[in-house]
Design a protein. Structure first.
Length: 439
C-alpha cells in the first residue's frame, strides 16, 4: 500500500473521529438544555444513529481492513445498550467487499508459493468463491485431484489494519459515544483487536484448524477441513473444499430427520466448544456453516478463534447452572466472581437475576423445540438488557463478547432448524464437566 494511500486512510478515519467527538460535545450541550428525560433520551439516540451512519459511510468506502474493523465495531454494538436502528445501521458493514482482480490474486500466489499457479494447481478458478474484507477465496484442484479452497489475504491489509485500529479506538472512546465507560470499552476493543490481528496471519489460522482437528477429529456430527501445510504461508491458506450446502438450500431439501440431526449437531458443537474443549469458533456468520444431506455440519473459517480460560468458564458454568436451578443467591455470587458485577446496589442484583432467569427459563422445561416452544426469547430479553446497562456496576467481561456472539449466532440457526431436545439434561452434562475441570 502506497504511503499516500495510508495517509488518505488516516485522514478519513481521523476526520471521522473528529466529527464524532465534536457532535458528542454538541449533544451534551443540547441534553443539558432539554427539559425532560424523554427529550434527553431522544437526543442520545439521535446522536448514536448519526454516529453509526457516519461510521458506515466512511468504513464502507475504505473497505479492506477498515471495513473489517468496522465489523468488529458492529459486534461490539450487539453487546451495548443501543437502539435497534443503530445496531441495524452498523450491521451494514457485514456486507462483502469488492472482488480483487484474478491477475492480482495470481501474482500474490506466485510470490508466496514460489512457483507459477499452473505448476501448483491442476485447476484454479479465477472467479472467486467469495470476497471478504481481509481476503478472497478461490476454488482449485491439486495435482493429485484433491479439491481445495485457496484463501489469499489482500495486499496492503497488514499496514492498513494498524492505523485503522488506532482510529477505531478513538471513534469508540470519543466522548464515550456508545454510552459505556472507558474501562469497559477498552476491554471490548482489546478483545476485538486480538482476534482481528490473528486473522491477518494464515499460519495462525492453520494452527487453529489443526487444534480443531485434534479436538473434534472425524466425528459423525461435524466436519473440519484439513489444511495443506506445504501450501500455507502467512498470506495464503489452502484447505479442503467441503461438500456441504448453505442453510437455505439445506432447509429446502432436508428431511425432518436431517434437520433434527443438524440442529443437534450445532447445539453439541457450541456446548462442546465452550464448556468442554474451551476452543471457540467465534465467527457465527451463517456462511461459515454448511450442511450435508444427513445433517452433518461443515465448519469453515478459523481466523477468529477464542481460547477460554478453564477457571473463568467454570465460574460462568456455575452461574448458568444456578440460574437453571432457580438459585438466585448462588447465581449472583458466581456472576460477581466472573467479573460481571462489582457493586452492591439491590436494583443491579434484581436486574442481573431477571436476565439470568429469563434466559434460562425455557431450558428448565426439559423436552422442547427451539424456535417453537421457547417463544420469542430474544425479544423478551431486550428490555432486561436495557435495564442492565443503566447500572455502571454491571459490566461485560471481555470473554463474553465472542462467547455470547457465538451463542447468539448458533441459537438463531437452531431456531431455523427447529430442533427438539431435552435441553435441561443436555445443559447439565456440559455445565458439570466445565465446573469439574476448573476445580
Amino acid at each position: 500500500m502506497a504511503k499516500e494511500s495510508r495517509l488518505r486512510r488516516l485522514a478519513r478515519m481521523g476526520g471521522l473521529a473528529t466529527r464524532v467527538t465534536t457532535e458528542w460535545v454538541g449533544q451534551g450541550v443540547r441534553s443539558a438544555l432539554a427539559s425532560t428525560e424523554t427529550q434527553r433520551q431522544q437526543l442520545r439516540e439521535r446522536f448514536q444513529l448519526d454516529s453509526a451512519e457516519q461510521v458506515v459511510e466512511v468504513l464502507g468506502q475504505l473497505r479492506g481492513a477498515a471495513m473489517k474493523v468496522g465489523q468488529g465495531l458492529s459486534i461490539a454494538a450487539q453487546h451495548l445498550d443501543l437502539p435497534d436502528d443503530v445496531r441495524q445501521t452498523l450491521a451494514k458493514l457485514q456486507s462483502e467487499a469488492r472482488p480483487v482482480p484474478a491477475d492480482q490474486i495470481r501474482a500474490t500466489l506466485e510470490r508466496e508459493l514460489g512457483a507459477p499457479v499452473p505448476e501448483v494447481f491442476r485447476r484454479f478458478d479465477d472467479t472467486p468463491l467469495g470476497t471478504a474484507s481481509l481476503a478472497q477465496a478461490h476454488a482449485a484442484v491439486l495435482p493429485d485431484g484433491r479439491k481445495v479452497v485457496v484463501k489469499v489475504l489482500h495486499d496492503g491489509v497488514d499496514d492498513a489494519v494498524q492505523s485503522d485500529l488506532l482510529a477505531l479506538r478513538t471513534v469508540m472512546l470519543s466522548g464515550r459515544a456508545f454510552g459505556r465507560s472507558k474501562e469497559e470499552l477498552d476491554g471490548v476493543y482489546e478483545e476485538i483487536r486480538a482476534r482481528l490481528l490473528e486473522e491477518l496471519d494464515y499460519l495462525q489460522e492453520a494452527a487453529n484448524i489443526q487444534a480443531f482437528v485434534e479436538a473434534f477429529g472425524d466425528g459423525d456430527g461435524v466436519r473440519i477441513p484439513r489444511h495443506v501445510p506445504a501450501l500455507c504461508t502467512e498470506r495464503v491458506l489452502v484447505l479442503d473444499h467441503l461438500p456441504g450446502m448453505p442453510l437455505e438450500r439445506f432447509l429446502a431439501i432436508a428431511t425432518p430427520e436431517a434437520r433434527q440431526a443438524a440442529g443437534m449437531n450445532l447445539a453439541h458443537l457450541f456446548l462442546d466448544m465452550a464448556f468442554d474443549k474451551r476452543l471457540l469458533h467465534a465467527d457465527p456468520h451463517p456462511g461459515n456453516y454448511l450442511f450435508e444431506a444427513d445433517g452433518r455440519v461443515d465448519l469453515l473459517d478459523f481466523g477468529c478463534v477464542k481460547r477460554l480460560d478453564v477457571f473463568w468458564m467454570a465460574t460462568y458454568a456455575e452461574a448458568v447452572l444456578h440460574a437453571l436451578d432457580g438459585d438466585r443467591d448462588a447465581c449472583l455470587d458466581a456472576v460477581r466472581r466472573m467479573g460481571a458485577w462489582d457493586g452492591d446496589d439491590p436494583g443491579a442484583a434484581d436486574v442481573i437475576w431477571q436476565f439470568c432467569d429469563t434466559v434460562l427459563a425455557p431450558w428448565r422445561r426439559g423436552d422442547h423445540v427451539i424456535g417453537v416452544d421457547d417463544g420469542d426469547l430474544l425479544e423478551e430479553i431486550k428490555p432486561v438488557v436495557r435495564r442492565i446497562w443503566s447500572y455502571p456496576e454491571i459490566v461485560a467481561p471481555p470473554e463474553v463478547v465472542f462467547l455470547h456472539r457465538t451463542l447468539g449466532g448458533l441459537y438463531t440457526l437452531a431456531r431455523r432448524l427447529q430442533v427438539r431436545g431435552r435441553w435441561d439434561a443436555i445443559l447439565r452434562h456440559y455445565l458439570d464437566r466445565a465446573i469439574a475441570a476448573g476445580r
